[in-house]
Design a protein around this ligand. Structure first.
Ligand SMILES: *Cc1c(COP(=O)(O)O)cnc(C)c1O
Length: 389
């Protein structure tokens, strides 16, 4: 049968119906599954049969969620985790041995950076960072021990774009495993496997749930690599709960329409900010003024829901802005129906040295907005009154 369109797969990929012919999928809250007899049990454990045994290994709701993400990303197989960080950690822990080396963009999610600097070194795994402003230096960091090339695009919180095609060609030339955290883009806006990524990771907590309810993560991609990740996870226990898998699979049915509106609102917010006198600059992938606008257009369907801008007046102005916001939330999450504003220099990135902040394009006045699904006029009104106060 012809491969269906993205939106159709997101809705029509579902488990076989039970005897009750339910329309929406049931929730399989069961920790284990039963065997017909000793022979069935033997064949299941020896993996001659592909079937559910125990929900740490697999569960129907989890499998349905993974199956959808695989179709959306063009991946061969995958495994779902309790959180995005469980997916990131398990992917590295499963594939790397002591002495192996990672080359990563310096701008990565905060906990991923802590993983590279504090946790993986305990097992002799070191990471070198390339400067996202100097992509032509990436190859300089590759050594004979390098096994994984890692990046996120768009980056957090500065919304820089990294050329996935370039990363794909470097990974191919040096025989590296290219791993992309595709969380900010979602599989709807960007599919890194097309550009040569071997594995794609998502924090499903963000736009995939999209409603600020559950945590989840997933890694999909090359079947041989996923098999190693599966064996690691099956024995170490970071599995996604069936309830969260059910919730996330339902959320995927509306991912395309939600993300379309998120992006439409975000572009309008970015255009509003760009002409405001209290704003030095705005970074949004689909604004012509974005330094990597052409790359963003090449690899993304729309610009995403995160807008970064620099408020005039540095740290003090950033703090005042947060304190005068009325409707938008101050929260650590992103990709929610509710618009969220953060000020990295006084919060998440306050411990970084000035030089490190600049390398990841974080300035004192940088504000990050995760644009939600409220009416865009109300979002803009709130931002405007805070900027003008
Ligand atoms: C939030 C996030 C993570 C971690 O996901 P959790 O579900 O919070 O564990 C990883 N990468 C990126 C880019 C994120 O935004």
């Amino acid at each position: 049968m012809k491969k269906k369109q993205f939106e159709t797969e997101a809705i029509r990929t579902q488990l076989n119906r039970s005897e009750f012919l339910e329309h929406s999928n049931p929730l399989y809250l069961t920790s284990s599954f039963i065997f017909e007899d000793a022979e069935d049990m033997r064949a299941s454990f020896s993996e001659e049969k592909e079937r559910n045994i125990y929900s740490r290994f697999s569960n129907p709701n989890t499998s349905e969620f993974v199956d959808k993400i695989c179709k959306m990303e063009g991946a061969e197989s995958g495994y779902a985790f309790a959180t995005g960080m469980a997916a990131v950690f398990s992917t590295f822990a499963a594939l790397l041995n002591s002495g192996d080396h990672i080359v990563s963009a310096r701008s990565v999610f905060g906990s991923t950076h802590t993983l590279f600097t504090k946790i993986l070194p305990k097992w002799g795994i070191e990471t070198s960072y390339f400067d996202i402003n100097k992509p032509n230096t990436i190859e300089d960091f590759i050594t004979s021990n390098t096994k994984i090339l890692y990046a996120e695009s768009p980056t957090n919180p500065a919304i820089d774009i990294i050329d996935l095609e370039l990363l794909g060609s470097i990974a191919k030339k040096h025989n590296l495993i290219l791993v992309i955290d595709n969380c900010f883009a979602t599989p709807y806006l960007q599919q890194p496997i097309k550009y040569g990524a071997h594995l794609v990771i998502h924090s499903a907590t963000k736009l995939i749930d999209g409603q600020g309810r559950v945590l989840g993560g997933v890694t999909v991609g090359n079947a041989k690599l996923i098999r190693e990740i599966y064996l690691f996870a099956r024995n170490t226990g970071p599995a996604l709960s069936p309830f969260n898998a059910w919730t996330l699979s339902k959320s995927l049915e509306t991912l395309a329409v939600r993300v379309d509106r998120h992006c439409e609102n975000a572009l309008k917010v970015a255009e509003f900010l760009e002409q405001h006198p209290k704003v030095n600059w705005v970074k949004y992938p689909f604004l012509k003024s974005h330094p990597q606008y052409e790359v963003a257009k090449k690899q993304m369907k729309l610009g995403g829901n995160i807008v970064a801008f620099e408020i005039k007046g540095g740290i003090a102005a950033g703090i005042k802005f947060l304190n005068t916001i009325k409707m938008c939330s101050l929260s650590a999450n992103l990709g929610d129906t509710r618009t969220i504003v953060t000020h990295p220099a006084s919060t998440t990135h306050s411990k970084l040295a000035d030089a490190d902040k600049l390398e990841v394009n974080i300035t004192d006045g940088l504000v990050r907005i995760s644009v939600g699904l409220e009416h865009v006029d109300d979002i803009i009104l709130d931002l405007e009154q805070a900027l003008n106060s």
